[in-house]
Design a protein around this ligand. Structure first.
Ligand code: IMP
Length: 505
Protein backbone atom coordinates (compact mmCIF):
# COMPACT_ATOMS: atom_id res chain seq x y z
CA UNK A 1 0.00 0.00 0.00
CA UNK A 2 1.11 3.54 -0.67
CA UNK A 3 2.98 5.33 2.10
CA UNK A 4 0.92 8.15 3.61
CA UNK A 5 2.59 11.01 5.45
CA UNK A 6 0.07 11.55 8.26
CA UNK A 7 1.06 15.17 9.02
CA UNK A 8 -0.18 17.81 6.57
CA UNK A 9 2.62 19.46 4.65
CA UNK A 10 3.04 23.06 5.77
CA UNK A 11 4.37 26.31 4.33
CA UNK A 12 6.54 28.96 5.98
CA UNK A 13 3.46 31.11 6.59
CA UNK A 14 2.17 28.52 9.04
CA UNK A 15 5.11 28.98 11.42
CA UNK A 16 6.41 31.63 13.76
CA UNK A 17 9.51 31.81 15.94
CA UNK A 18 9.01 32.06 19.69
CA UNK A 19 11.68 34.39 21.12
CA UNK A 20 14.33 32.96 23.43
CA UNK A 21 16.48 34.71 26.02
CA UNK A 22 18.60 37.44 24.45
CA UNK A 23 21.57 38.79 26.35
CA UNK A 24 23.07 42.27 25.93
CA UNK A 25 25.49 40.67 23.46
CA UNK A 26 22.62 39.84 21.12
CA UNK A 27 22.89 42.93 18.96
CA UNK A 28 22.58 42.87 15.15
CA UNK A 29 26.10 44.24 14.70
CA UNK A 30 27.45 41.16 16.52
CA UNK A 31 25.61 38.67 14.28
CA UNK A 32 27.62 36.70 11.71
CA UNK A 33 25.69 35.33 8.75
CA UNK A 34 28.64 33.31 7.43
CA UNK A 35 27.42 29.87 6.45
CA UNK A 36 28.83 26.75 4.75
CA UNK A 37 28.12 26.24 1.04
CA UNK A 38 29.88 22.89 0.65
CA UNK A 39 30.14 19.78 2.82
CA UNK A 40 32.86 19.32 5.39
CA UNK A 41 34.03 16.83 7.99
CA UNK A 42 33.48 17.45 11.69
CA UNK A 43 36.19 19.75 13.01
CA UNK A 44 37.19 20.91 9.51
CA UNK A 45 36.27 24.04 7.57
CA UNK A 46 34.11 23.93 4.41
CA UNK A 47 35.98 24.57 1.16
CA UNK A 48 33.52 27.39 0.38
CA UNK A 49 31.44 29.45 2.82
CA UNK A 50 28.98 32.18 1.90
CA UNK A 51 29.19 35.46 3.80
CA UNK A 52 25.40 35.87 3.64
CA UNK A 53 22.90 32.98 3.42
CA UNK A 54 21.52 33.85 -0.03
CA UNK A 55 22.07 32.43 -3.49
CA UNK A 56 20.23 33.46 -6.64
CA UNK A 57 18.11 30.99 -8.59
CA UNK A 58 19.38 29.14 -11.67
CA UNK A 59 16.99 31.01 -13.96
CA UNK A 60 17.13 33.03 -17.17
CA UNK A 61 15.24 35.88 -15.53
CA UNK A 62 17.51 35.98 -12.48
CA UNK A 63 21.13 34.88 -12.70
CA UNK A 64 23.42 36.23 -15.41
CA UNK A 65 26.90 37.67 -14.95
CA UNK A 66 25.56 41.10 -13.90
CA UNK A 67 23.54 39.55 -11.07
CA UNK A 68 26.51 37.38 -10.12
CA UNK A 69 28.82 40.38 -9.65
CA UNK A 70 26.19 42.31 -7.67
CA UNK A 71 25.41 39.40 -5.35
CA UNK A 72 29.06 38.39 -4.84
CA UNK A 73 29.73 42.01 -3.87
CA UNK A 74 27.23 41.62 -1.03
CA UNK A 75 28.54 38.22 0.11
CA UNK A 76 26.20 35.74 -1.62
CA UNK A 77 26.56 33.74 -4.82
CA UNK A 78 24.67 33.44 -8.10
CA UNK A 79 24.24 30.23 -10.02
CA UNK A 80 24.27 31.20 -13.70
CA UNK A 81 21.40 29.64 -15.64
CA UNK A 82 22.11 26.49 -17.60
CA UNK A 83 19.21 26.88 -20.02
CA UNK A 84 21.51 28.33 -22.68
CA UNK A 85 24.30 26.98 -24.85
CA UNK A 86 27.39 25.68 -23.11
CA UNK A 87 29.48 28.41 -24.78
CA UNK A 88 27.15 31.20 -23.60
CA UNK A 89 27.01 29.92 -20.02
CA UNK A 90 30.79 29.50 -19.88
CA UNK A 91 31.22 33.02 -21.28
CA UNK A 92 29.04 34.43 -18.48
CA UNK A 93 31.12 32.60 -15.88
CA UNK A 94 34.33 33.84 -17.51
CA UNK A 95 33.04 37.44 -17.46
CA UNK A 96 32.40 37.23 -13.71
CA UNK A 97 35.88 35.80 -13.11
CA UNK A 98 37.47 38.46 -15.34
CA UNK A 99 35.59 41.24 -13.57
CA UNK A 100 37.96 43.14 -11.37
CA UNK A 101 36.14 45.13 -8.72
CA UNK A 102 36.67 48.77 -9.51
CA UNK A 103 37.95 48.08 -13.05
CA UNK A 104 35.13 48.82 -15.44
CA UNK A 105 34.82 47.69 -19.05
CA UNK A 106 32.93 50.70 -20.37
CA UNK A 107 29.48 50.10 -21.82
CA UNK A 108 29.18 53.63 -23.25
CA UNK A 109 31.74 54.12 -25.99
CA UNK A 110 31.87 56.67 -28.78
CA UNK A 111 33.62 57.12 -32.10
CA UNK A 112 35.04 60.54 -33.09
CA UNK A 113 32.47 60.69 -35.94
CA UNK A 114 29.41 60.40 -33.72
CA UNK A 115 27.24 63.46 -33.07
CA UNK A 116 26.32 65.30 -29.89
CA UNK A 117 22.75 64.04 -30.42
CA UNK A 118 24.00 60.46 -30.27
CA UNK A 119 26.06 61.22 -27.16
CA UNK A 120 23.01 62.59 -25.35
CA UNK A 121 20.91 59.58 -26.38
CA UNK A 122 23.58 57.14 -25.17
CA UNK A 123 23.96 58.95 -21.85
CA UNK A 124 20.22 58.73 -21.32
CA UNK A 125 20.15 55.04 -22.17
CA UNK A 126 23.05 53.93 -19.97
CA UNK A 127 22.88 56.59 -17.25
CA UNK A 128 26.66 57.07 -17.59
CA UNK A 129 28.06 60.52 -18.24
CA UNK A 130 31.72 59.61 -18.83
CA UNK A 131 32.25 58.08 -22.26
CA UNK A 132 35.56 56.98 -23.73
CA UNK A 133 36.07 57.76 -27.42
CA UNK A 134 37.86 54.94 -29.28
CA UNK A 135 38.84 54.61 -32.93
CA UNK A 136 36.26 51.86 -33.52
CA UNK A 137 33.72 52.75 -30.82
CA UNK A 138 34.34 49.57 -28.80
CA UNK A 139 35.29 49.17 -25.14
CA UNK A 140 38.80 48.02 -26.09
CA UNK A 141 39.50 50.14 -29.16
CA UNK A 142 42.39 52.63 -29.42
CA UNK A 143 41.67 55.50 -27.02
CA UNK A 144 41.38 58.86 -28.81
CA UNK A 145 39.61 60.96 -26.20
CA UNK A 146 36.89 61.19 -23.55
CA UNK A 147 33.56 62.98 -23.37
CA UNK A 148 32.05 64.02 -20.04
CA UNK A 149 29.23 66.43 -19.20
CA UNK A 150 31.86 69.14 -18.89
CA UNK A 151 32.70 68.89 -22.59
CA UNK A 152 29.38 70.12 -23.97
CA UNK A 153 26.57 72.57 -23.31
CA UNK A 154 23.32 71.65 -25.00
CA UNK A 155 22.02 75.24 -24.89
CA UNK A 156 24.97 76.51 -26.92
CA UNK A 157 25.77 73.66 -29.28
CA UNK A 158 24.15 72.02 -32.26
CA UNK A 159 23.19 68.35 -31.90
CA UNK A 160 25.01 67.73 -35.20
CA UNK A 161 28.38 68.68 -33.77
CA UNK A 162 30.93 65.87 -34.04
CA UNK A 163 32.49 64.19 -30.99
CA UNK A 164 35.98 64.86 -32.44
CA UNK A 165 35.32 68.60 -32.16
CA UNK A 166 34.31 68.77 -28.48
CA UNK A 167 35.86 65.73 -26.75
CA UNK A 168 38.87 66.07 -24.48
CA UNK A 169 41.57 64.60 -26.75
CA UNK A 170 43.91 61.84 -25.71
CA UNK A 171 46.91 64.19 -25.56
CA UNK A 172 45.23 66.11 -22.72
CA UNK A 173 44.20 63.02 -20.74
CA UNK A 174 45.98 61.45 -17.82
CA UNK A 175 46.12 57.67 -18.33
CA UNK A 176 47.90 54.74 -16.65
CA UNK A 177 49.09 51.29 -17.78
CA UNK A 178 46.64 48.36 -17.67
CA UNK A 179 48.52 46.60 -14.85
CA UNK A 180 48.06 49.54 -12.46
CA UNK A 181 46.63 48.36 -9.14
CA UNK A 182 43.39 49.78 -7.81
CA UNK A 183 45.28 51.48 -5.01
CA UNK A 184 47.71 53.13 -7.49
CA UNK A 185 44.83 54.16 -9.76
CA UNK A 186 43.04 55.71 -6.83
CA UNK A 187 46.17 57.68 -5.84
CA UNK A 188 46.44 59.06 -9.39
CA UNK A 189 42.74 59.99 -9.35
CA UNK A 190 43.08 61.86 -6.05
CA UNK A 191 46.44 63.52 -6.78
CA UNK A 192 45.13 64.89 -10.08
CA UNK A 193 41.55 65.62 -8.97
CA UNK A 194 40.15 63.32 -11.65
CA UNK A 195 36.78 61.61 -11.80
CA UNK A 196 38.02 58.73 -13.93
CA UNK A 197 41.24 57.20 -15.14
CA UNK A 198 41.58 55.20 -18.39
CA UNK A 199 43.95 52.23 -18.17
CA UNK A 200 45.77 51.52 -21.43
CA UNK A 201 47.18 48.25 -22.80
CA UNK A 202 50.68 48.01 -24.26
CA UNK A 203 49.25 48.25 -27.80
CA UNK A 204 47.63 51.56 -26.83
CA UNK A 205 44.13 50.15 -26.53
CA UNK A 206 41.67 50.94 -23.75
CA UNK A 207 41.61 48.15 -21.12
CA UNK A 208 39.50 49.52 -18.25
CA UNK A 209 38.14 52.68 -16.76
CA UNK A 210 38.57 53.28 -13.03
CA UNK A 211 36.08 55.66 -11.45
CA UNK A 212 36.51 57.48 -8.18
CA UNK A 213 33.16 56.25 -6.84
CA UNK A 214 33.85 52.58 -7.65
CA UNK A 215 36.99 52.58 -5.59
CA UNK A 216 35.02 53.92 -2.65
CA UNK A 217 32.32 51.28 -3.05
CA UNK A 218 34.93 48.53 -3.29
CA UNK A 219 36.24 49.52 0.10
CA UNK A 220 32.76 49.55 1.60
CA UNK A 221 31.88 45.93 0.73
CA UNK A 222 33.51 43.90 3.47
CA UNK A 223 31.39 40.80 2.71
CA UNK A 224 32.57 40.34 -0.89
CA UNK A 225 32.84 36.71 -2.01
CA UNK A 226 36.35 36.54 -3.45
CA UNK A 227 38.48 33.55 -4.47
CA UNK A 228 42.17 33.23 -3.63
CA UNK A 229 43.03 35.43 -6.65
CA UNK A 230 40.63 38.13 -5.43
CA UNK A 231 38.15 37.38 -8.21
CA UNK A 232 34.42 37.25 -7.58
CA UNK A 233 33.05 33.79 -6.90
CA UNK A 234 30.30 32.38 -9.08
CA UNK A 235 28.26 29.20 -9.42
CA UNK A 236 26.58 27.65 -12.44
CA UNK A 237 23.70 25.31 -13.15
CA UNK A 238 24.23 22.03 -15.02
CA UNK A 239 21.84 19.33 -16.20
CA UNK A 240 21.96 15.54 -16.22
CA UNK A 241 22.24 15.27 -20.01
CA UNK A 242 25.17 17.25 -21.42
CA UNK A 243 27.39 17.30 -18.29
CA UNK A 244 30.32 15.61 -20.05
CA UNK A 245 30.66 18.72 -22.26
CA UNK A 246 29.18 21.43 -20.00
CA UNK A 247 31.14 20.69 -16.82
CA UNK A 248 34.62 20.92 -18.42
CA UNK A 249 33.65 24.17 -20.17
CA UNK A 250 32.44 25.72 -16.92
CA UNK A 251 35.47 24.48 -14.99
CA UNK A 252 37.77 25.95 -17.66
CA UNK A 253 35.90 29.25 -17.37
CA UNK A 254 36.75 29.29 -13.66
CA UNK A 255 33.42 28.36 -12.02
CA UNK A 256 33.62 27.95 -8.24
CA UNK A 257 30.66 25.66 -7.65
CA UNK A 258 28.17 23.76 -9.81
CA UNK A 259 24.61 22.76 -9.06
CA UNK A 260 22.50 20.15 -10.82
CA UNK A 261 19.34 22.02 -11.73
CA UNK A 262 16.26 19.84 -11.69
CA UNK A 263 12.79 19.91 -10.23
CA UNK A 264 13.25 16.29 -9.12
CA UNK A 265 16.56 15.26 -7.58
CA UNK A 266 15.82 11.76 -6.31
CA UNK A 267 16.86 10.14 -9.57
CA UNK A 268 19.50 7.87 -10.99
CA UNK A 269 20.36 10.66 -13.47
CA UNK A 270 21.63 12.84 -10.63
CA UNK A 271 23.70 10.01 -9.15
CA UNK A 272 25.25 9.33 -12.57
CA UNK A 273 26.06 13.03 -13.01
CA UNK A 274 27.69 13.23 -9.58
CA UNK A 275 29.64 10.04 -10.26
CA UNK A 276 30.93 11.38 -13.58
CA UNK A 277 32.14 14.56 -11.86
CA UNK A 278 33.86 12.61 -9.05
CA UNK A 279 35.47 10.21 -11.56
CA UNK A 280 36.86 13.10 -13.60
CA UNK A 281 37.62 15.74 -10.98
CA UNK A 282 37.61 14.01 -7.57
CA UNK A 283 36.56 16.48 -4.88
CA UNK A 284 38.17 19.46 -6.60
CA UNK A 285 34.92 20.39 -8.38
CA UNK A 286 32.14 21.28 -5.95
CA UNK A 287 28.59 20.38 -6.94
CA UNK A 288 25.19 20.71 -5.28
CA UNK A 289 22.23 18.49 -6.18
CA UNK A 290 18.46 18.46 -5.80
CA UNK A 291 15.69 19.13 -5.39
CA UNK A 292 14.37 16.73 -2.77
CA UNK A 293 11.61 17.05 -0.17
CA UNK A 294 12.06 14.10 2.19
CA UNK A 295 14.64 12.12 4.17
CA UNK A 296 14.87 9.36 1.58
CA UNK A 297 15.72 11.81 -1.21
CA UNK A 298 18.30 13.51 1.01
CA UNK A 299 20.01 10.22 1.88
CA UNK A 300 20.18 9.24 -1.78
CA UNK A 301 21.93 12.45 -2.85
CA UNK A 302 24.18 12.48 0.23
CA UNK A 303 25.37 8.94 -0.55
CA UNK A 304 25.79 9.92 -4.21
CA UNK A 305 28.32 12.58 -3.13
CA UNK A 306 26.52 15.94 -3.35
CA UNK A 307 28.38 18.90 -1.79
CA UNK A 308 25.12 20.57 -0.79
CA UNK A 309 21.49 19.56 -1.22
CA UNK A 310 18.57 21.70 -2.32
CA UNK A 311 15.10 21.29 -0.90
CA UNK A 312 11.82 22.18 -2.57
CA UNK A 313 9.33 20.94 -5.13
CA UNK A 314 6.44 23.05 -6.25
CA UNK A 315 6.88 26.02 -3.88
CA UNK A 316 8.39 28.52 -6.33
CA UNK A 317 6.35 31.64 -7.02
CA UNK A 318 6.16 30.93 -10.77
CA UNK A 319 5.78 27.19 -10.28
CA UNK A 320 2.74 25.16 -11.32
CA UNK A 321 4.33 21.73 -10.85
CA UNK A 322 1.92 20.81 -8.05
CA UNK A 323 -1.08 21.69 -10.19
CA UNK A 324 0.25 20.04 -13.32
CA UNK A 325 1.79 16.89 -11.90
CA UNK A 326 0.47 16.57 -8.36
CA UNK A 327 3.94 16.27 -6.85
CA UNK A 328 5.52 18.42 -4.19
CA UNK A 329 5.45 19.23 -0.52
CA UNK A 330 4.95 22.31 1.66
CA UNK A 331 8.33 24.02 1.89
CA UNK A 332 8.45 24.22 5.70
CA UNK A 333 7.64 20.54 6.22
CA UNK A 334 10.13 19.51 3.54
CA UNK A 335 12.87 21.67 5.10
CA UNK A 336 12.24 20.32 8.61
CA UNK A 337 12.27 16.68 7.54
CA UNK A 338 15.35 16.98 5.34
CA UNK A 339 17.21 18.91 8.05
CA UNK A 340 16.48 16.09 10.54
CA UNK A 341 17.87 13.59 8.05
CA UNK A 342 20.95 15.77 7.55
CA UNK A 343 21.58 15.97 11.31
CA UNK A 344 21.29 12.19 11.62
CA UNK A 345 23.67 11.77 8.69
CA UNK A 346 26.13 14.11 10.42
CA UNK A 347 25.95 12.09 13.66
CA UNK A 348 26.43 8.84 11.77
CA UNK A 349 29.21 9.86 9.36
CA UNK A 350 30.76 13.05 10.78
CA UNK A 351 30.05 14.74 7.41
CA UNK A 352 27.97 17.92 7.46
CA UNK A 353 26.04 18.52 4.25
CA UNK A 354 24.72 22.10 3.93
CA UNK A 355 21.07 22.47 2.94
CA UNK A 356 19.49 25.07 0.73
CA UNK A 357 15.77 25.85 0.96
CA UNK A 358 14.80 26.70 -2.63
CA UNK A 359 11.64 28.57 -3.60
CA UNK A 360 8.60 29.96 -1.87
CA UNK A 361 10.30 32.74 0.12
CA UNK A 362 7.75 35.58 0.12
CA UNK A 363 8.45 37.64 3.25
CA UNK A 364 11.91 38.43 4.56
CA UNK A 365 11.13 36.53 7.75
CA UNK A 366 10.65 33.36 5.68
CA UNK A 367 14.43 33.40 5.25
CA UNK A 368 14.89 33.38 9.04
CA UNK A 369 12.33 30.58 9.36
CA UNK A 370 14.09 28.50 6.68
CA UNK A 371 17.42 28.94 8.53
CA UNK A 372 15.86 28.14 11.89
CA UNK A 373 14.35 24.98 10.42
CA UNK A 374 17.82 23.78 9.44
CA UNK A 375 18.66 25.33 6.07
CA UNK A 376 22.14 26.80 5.85
CA UNK A 377 21.17 29.20 3.07
CA UNK A 378 18.25 29.91 0.75
CA UNK A 379 17.85 30.13 -3.03
CA UNK A 380 15.69 32.99 -4.25
CA UNK A 381 14.20 33.65 -7.67
CA UNK A 382 11.36 36.17 -7.43
CA UNK A 383 13.21 38.12 -4.74
CA UNK A 384 16.22 38.87 -6.98
CA UNK A 385 14.22 39.19 -10.22
CA UNK A 386 12.81 42.50 -8.88
CA UNK A 387 16.14 44.31 -8.83
CA UNK A 388 18.03 46.49 -11.32
CA UNK A 389 20.68 43.80 -11.63
CA UNK A 390 18.43 40.99 -12.89
CA UNK A 391 18.69 40.36 -16.64
CA UNK A 392 14.98 40.76 -17.38
CA UNK A 393 13.20 43.79 -18.84
CA UNK A 394 11.82 46.61 -16.70
CA UNK A 395 8.40 47.57 -18.03
CA UNK A 396 5.55 49.90 -17.07
CA UNK A 397 2.34 48.00 -16.24
CA UNK A 398 -0.77 49.95 -15.15
CA UNK A 399 1.34 52.90 -14.06
CA UNK A 400 3.90 50.92 -12.01
CA UNK A 401 7.33 49.65 -12.94
CA UNK A 402 7.57 45.87 -13.12
CA UNK A 403 10.28 43.38 -14.03
CA UNK A 404 9.52 40.31 -16.08
CA UNK A 405 9.95 36.98 -14.31
CA UNK A 406 9.38 33.59 -15.91
CA UNK A 407 9.83 30.00 -14.74
CA UNK A 408 12.44 27.70 -16.20
CA UNK A 409 9.59 25.29 -16.95
CA UNK A 410 7.53 27.93 -18.74
CA UNK A 411 7.04 27.92 -22.49
CA UNK A 412 9.31 30.97 -22.64
CA UNK A 413 12.30 29.09 -21.20
CA UNK A 414 11.48 25.49 -21.79
CA UNK A 415 13.12 24.94 -25.12
CA UNK A 416 16.08 24.32 -22.88
CA UNK A 417 14.21 21.49 -21.22
CA UNK A 418 15.12 21.84 -17.59
CA UNK A 419 13.12 18.87 -16.47
CA UNK A 420 14.95 15.59 -16.73
CA UNK A 421 13.35 13.08 -19.01
CA UNK A 422 15.91 10.38 -18.67
CA UNK A 423 18.35 11.95 -21.04
CA UNK A 424 16.13 12.19 -24.08
CA UNK A 425 15.96 15.54 -25.76
CA UNK A 426 12.32 15.63 -26.74
CA UNK A 427 10.44 18.78 -25.80
CA UNK A 428 8.13 18.89 -22.81
CA UNK A 429 4.50 18.70 -23.76
CA UNK A 430 3.18 20.70 -20.82
CA UNK A 431 4.42 23.66 -18.81
CA UNK A 432 5.54 23.64 -15.18
CA UNK A 433 5.98 27.38 -14.82
CA UNK A 434 4.39 30.67 -15.76
CA UNK A 435 5.57 33.94 -17.32
CA UNK A 436 4.85 36.89 -14.99
CA UNK A 437 5.64 40.38 -13.72
CA UNK A 438 7.06 41.22 -10.30
CA UNK A 439 7.13 44.74 -8.83
CA UNK A 440 10.40 46.54 -9.59
CA UNK A 441 12.20 47.15 -6.30
CA UNK A 442 15.42 49.10 -7.06
CA UNK A 443 18.96 48.05 -6.29
CA UNK A 444 20.07 44.69 -4.94
CA UNK A 445 22.37 46.28 -2.40
CA UNK A 446 19.65 48.33 -0.68
CA UNK A 447 17.15 45.48 -0.58
CA UNK A 448 19.57 42.81 0.61
CA UNK A 449 20.78 45.19 3.33
CA UNK A 450 17.23 45.73 4.60
CA UNK A 451 16.30 42.04 4.41
CA UNK A 452 19.36 40.95 6.33
CA UNK A 453 18.88 43.59 8.99
CA UNK A 454 15.51 41.93 9.71
CA UNK A 455 17.08 38.46 9.76
CA UNK A 456 19.76 39.61 12.20
CA UNK A 457 17.23 41.33 14.42
CA UNK A 458 15.10 38.18 14.70
CA UNK A 459 18.19 36.07 15.35
CA UNK A 460 18.97 38.36 18.30
CA UNK A 461 15.43 37.82 19.61
CA UNK A 462 16.16 34.10 19.52
CA UNK A 463 19.45 34.58 21.39
CA UNK A 464 21.52 33.57 18.35
CA UNK A 465 24.64 35.24 16.97
CA UNK A 466 25.27 32.67 14.24
CA UNK A 467 23.09 30.59 11.92
CA UNK A 468 24.29 27.38 13.63
CA UNK A 469 23.20 28.84 16.98
CA UNK A 470 19.81 29.78 15.51
CA UNK A 471 19.32 26.22 14.24
CA UNK A 472 20.15 24.94 17.68
CA UNK A 473 18.15 27.35 19.82
CA UNK A 474 15.13 28.23 17.67
CA UNK A 475 11.68 27.44 19.01
CA UNK A 476 9.07 27.22 16.27
CA UNK A 477 5.32 27.17 16.64
CA UNK A 478 2.60 26.27 14.15
CA UNK A 479 0.05 29.06 13.87
CA UNK A 480 -3.69 28.67 13.44
CA UNK A 481 -5.43 30.37 10.52
CA UNK A 482 -7.03 32.88 12.91
CA UNK A 483 -3.67 33.80 14.40
CA UNK A 484 -2.37 34.47 10.87
CA UNK A 485 -5.04 37.19 10.62
CA UNK A 486 -3.94 38.50 14.03
CA UNK A 487 -0.37 38.70 12.73
CA UNK A 488 -1.15 41.39 10.17
CA UNK A 489 -2.57 44.85 10.82
CA UNK A 490 -6.20 44.17 11.73
CA UNK A 491 -9.34 45.90 13.00
CA UNK A 492 -8.00 49.28 11.94
CA UNK A 493 -8.62 51.31 8.82
CA UNK A 494 -5.17 51.81 7.41
CA UNK A 495 -4.45 55.33 6.19
CA UNK A 496 -2.00 54.25 3.54
CA UNK A 497 -2.46 50.64 2.54
CA UNK A 498 0.45 50.55 0.10
CA UNK A 499 3.36 50.01 2.51
CA UNK A 500 1.54 47.25 4.32
CA UNK A 501 0.57 45.42 1.15
CA UNK A 502 4.10 45.70 -0.23
CA UNK A 503 5.40 44.16 2.98
CA UNK A 504 5.44 40.94 0.96
CA UNK A 505 8.58 41.89 -0.88
P1 IMP B 1 10.86 31.71 -6.01
O1 IMP B 1 12.03 32.26 -5.25
O2 IMP B 1 9.68 31.43 -5.12
O3 IMP B 1 10.49 32.56 -7.18
O4 IMP B 1 11.29 30.27 -6.56
C1 IMP B 1 12.42 30.08 -7.36
C2 IMP B 1 12.61 28.59 -7.58
O5 IMP B 1 11.51 28.04 -8.32
C3 IMP B 1 13.81 28.21 -8.40
O6 IMP B 1 15.02 28.23 -7.70
C4 IMP B 1 13.45 26.80 -8.88
O7 IMP B 1 13.73 25.82 -7.93
C5 IMP B 1 11.96 26.89 -9.03
N1 IMP B 1 11.55 27.05 -10.43
C6 IMP B 1 12.10 27.82 -11.39
N2 IMP B 1 11.40 27.76 -12.54
C7 IMP B 1 10.38 26.92 -12.31
C8 IMP B 1 9.31 26.46 -13.11
O8 IMP B 1 9.10 26.85 -14.27
N3 IMP B 1 8.47 25.56 -12.52
C9 IMP B 1 8.65 25.13 -11.24
N4 IMP B 1 9.61 25.58 -10.43
C10 IMP B 1 10.48 26.46 -10.98
Amino acid sequence: MAYIFEEPSRTFNEYLLVPGYSSSENRPENVSLKTPLTKFKKGEEPAISLNIPMISAIMQAVSDDGMAVALATEGGMSFIYGSQTIADEAAMVARVKAYKAGFVVSDSNLTPQMTLGEVVALAEKTGHSTMPVTDDGTAHGKLVGIVTERDYRLSRMSLDEKVADFMTPRAELITAPADTTLKQANDIIWDNKLNSLPLIDTDDKLAYMVFRKDYDSHKSNPNEMLDEHKRYMVGAGINTRDFAERVPALVDAGVDCLCIDSSEGYSEWQALTLKWIRDHYGDSVKVGAGNVVDAEGFRFLADAGADFIKIGIGGGSICITREQKGIGRGQATATIEVARARDEYFKETGVYIPLCSDGGIVYDHHITLALAMGSDFVMLGRYFARFDESPSNKVMVNGSYMKEYWGEGSARARNWQRYDLGGDKQKMSFEEGVDSYVPYAGSLKDNVGLTLSKVKSTMCNCGALTIAELQDKAKLTVVSSTSIVEGGAHDVLQKDKTPYVSNAN
